[in-house]
Design a protein around this ligand. Structure first.
Ligand SMILES: [Zn+2]
Length: 89
């Protein structure tokens, strides 16, 4: 039996991708935050993207904090991403 309320609230992958940065910044409404979180917890297509962007954001912020105007920012971001477990970058 299909719960129509839940079906209406289900986000598509496109919805999630469009809102991913806002989600990472916690700028969505609580309902939206929950809907995106629910989607990410079950979607094998969106989760890796979320995981990557979350690590990327964290790495960029760490690099900005340590070296606000550094020409080596890119290298530092890459190093931080590798430290987060993204060896291919
Ligand atoms: Zn998805």
């Amino acid at each position: 039996m299909i719960d129509e309320m839940r079906m209406d609230q289900m986000l598509t992958c496109d919805d999630v991708m469009r809102q991913l940065w806002d989600y990472l910044d916690a700028e969505l409404t609580p309902d939206r935050m929950a809907a995106v979180a629910a989607h990410l917890s079950v979607c094998t297509r969106c989760y890796p993207q979320y995981d990557f962007e979350r690590a990327f954001l964290k790495a960029v912020r760490a690099a900005q904090r340590d070296h606000p105007v550094s020409p080596t920012l890119r290298v530092r971001v890459q190093e931080a991403l590798r430290a987060e477990g993204f060896p291919g970058i």
